[in-house]
Write a protein that binds this ligand. Structure first.
Ligand code: ZN
Length: 420
């Protein structure tokens, strides 16, 4: 009997979404726009796209009855790195082949999907392995979230994407596009787009993970960041800038980037500039919390743990300020720096920093969708959006931690995970 159930489940999961109609029923559905519940909803999904959300009529049969659960739209993580194994030391990372890293990416993609995240923005990978993973997932050959990818992060010489602890005669080019000055930066942007980038990632300040960089210091001038923004815009792409320190944040926001990653040191001036430019921030306190919790066992070096400790409090304080100021905050965890599959754990940290549970959920749905310019496709359950659903036991507005362990996940009308 058990074997048969497993077989049926495998069959269900392997069914193609195209040309299919599925109706999903549950006890309730959270409307993430209003924070209200629809009781006994039936979500109809045709060819992977939602065509209607209605109340279930008495006795009406459905394809998939998930029972006493609350449905939400599939979640979005706007900052992940799926390629490569997590919990590696910098030396292990250097010895990992791209083939191995790409296969690990498939494992990580599945973990992310099963955590309820049906869309991700991957902000930096080696050798365009993220493009391959994105395309395999889109073709339905590898299970995983829908991906938007940034390919190689663009870094200044000696910046966060450079390998600053290696001697001068050791050349490693796989991780980042090293570029200095507007001309080189424009070329890197064009190269990344040529090989498949949906987004452009620029490393605007030092970072925690890199040796011999200071997160407080800016790595690029405003002129350099603006060159990236203009070159990206010409091809219909947006720029995300990694920036911890205030100067890097100011330069990025003034250059017209769409999102600032980490945004660890916001002062009043930075808040005003973000507001004036409509810049999103993506704050990831989960990374610091898990780094410090795992320590050396997680592969982290002493200098990484020291910087993580220094930045953690500042980042949380900046997040509080941004929430109070009404800056759009899109959900992003930097998964890959910490292990994959725990993406939902940061929701409670956003609530602790001052968001309501609904606002935290909106950061991973509506706000994330707006950042990605996909608000008609993801972030809510409405006709025209992808049939992406996450089901939790109970009321997520009372306990946002329910989203840390979903009961079921549906992507484009296919049941891709169930806890039962
Ligand atoms: Zn990152």
């Amino acid at each position: 009997m058990k074997t048969r159930a497993v077989f049926l489940f495998a069959l269900l999961v392997s069914l193609p979404a195209s040309g299919e109609t599925i109706t999903v029923a549950a006890k309730r559905l959270l409307d993430v726009t209003t924070g209200t519940y629809v009781e006994n909803p039936v979500v109809r999904i045709e060819n992977g796209v939602v065509t209607s959300v209605e109340k279930r009529k008495a006795g009406a049969s459905v394809t998939l009855d998930l029972g006493d659960v609350t449905l939400l739209p599939g979640l979005t993580d706007c900052h992940v790195h799926l390629i490569g194994r997590d919990e590696q030391t910098p030396y292990q990372r250097l010895t990992e082949t791209t083939a191995h890293a790409a296969l690990e990416g498939a494992v990580n993609a599945r973990k992310t999907l099963e955590a309820g995240f049906t869309t991700v923005r991957d902000l930096g990978a080696r050798d365009f392995a993220d493009v391959a993973l994105r395309d395999e997932i889109a073709a339905g050959r590898v299970p995983g979230p829908r991906m938007l990818v940034a390919t190689k992060s663009i870094s200044a010489t000696g910046g966060h994407g450079d390998l600053n602890d290696l001697p001068e005669d050791v050349h490693v080019q796989r991780y980042s596009g090293i570029a200095d000055g507007p001309d080189e930066i424009r070329k890197k942007v064009r190269e990344n787009i040529k090989f498949g980038a949906d987004w452009i990632k620029v490393l605007g300040t030092g970072g925690i993970g890199s040796a011999n960089t200071d997160p407080r210091q800016a790595d690029y001038t405003e002129e350099e960041i603006r060159a990236a923004v203009l070159a990206a815009r010409e091809k219909g792409r947006d720029v995300a800038v990694h920036a911890h320190g205030t100067l890097g944040i100011l330069r990025a926001a003034r250059s017209g980037v769409r999102s600032i990653e980490h945004s660890s040191m916001l002062d009043d001036e930075a808040i005003a500039v973000l507001k004036a430019n409509g810049t999103f921030i993506v704050s990831n306190p989960l990374t610091n919390a898990t780094m410090l919790e795992r320590g050396a066992a997680g592969g982290y070096q002493d200098y990484q743990l020291r910087k993580s400790r220094e930045i953690y409090g500042l980042k949380v304080e900046s997040l509080r300020k941004a929430i109070r100021a009404g800056i759009p905050i899109a959900y992003g965890t930097d998964a890959g720096v910490q292990i994959h599959g725990i993406n939902g754990r940061q929701l409670a940290m956003y609530v602790e920093a001052g968001m309501t549970p609904l606002q935290a959920i909106q950061s991973a749905t509506l706000v994330a969708a707006r950042l990605l310019r996909m608000e008609k496709k993801i972030g809510q359950v409405a006709p025209g959006t992808f049939g992406d659903l996450v089901a939790v036991a109970g009321d997520p507005l009372t306990d946002v931690r329910l989203l840390e362990s979903p009961q079921a996940v549906v992507k484009e009308g296919k049941l891709v995970f169930t806890r039962r």
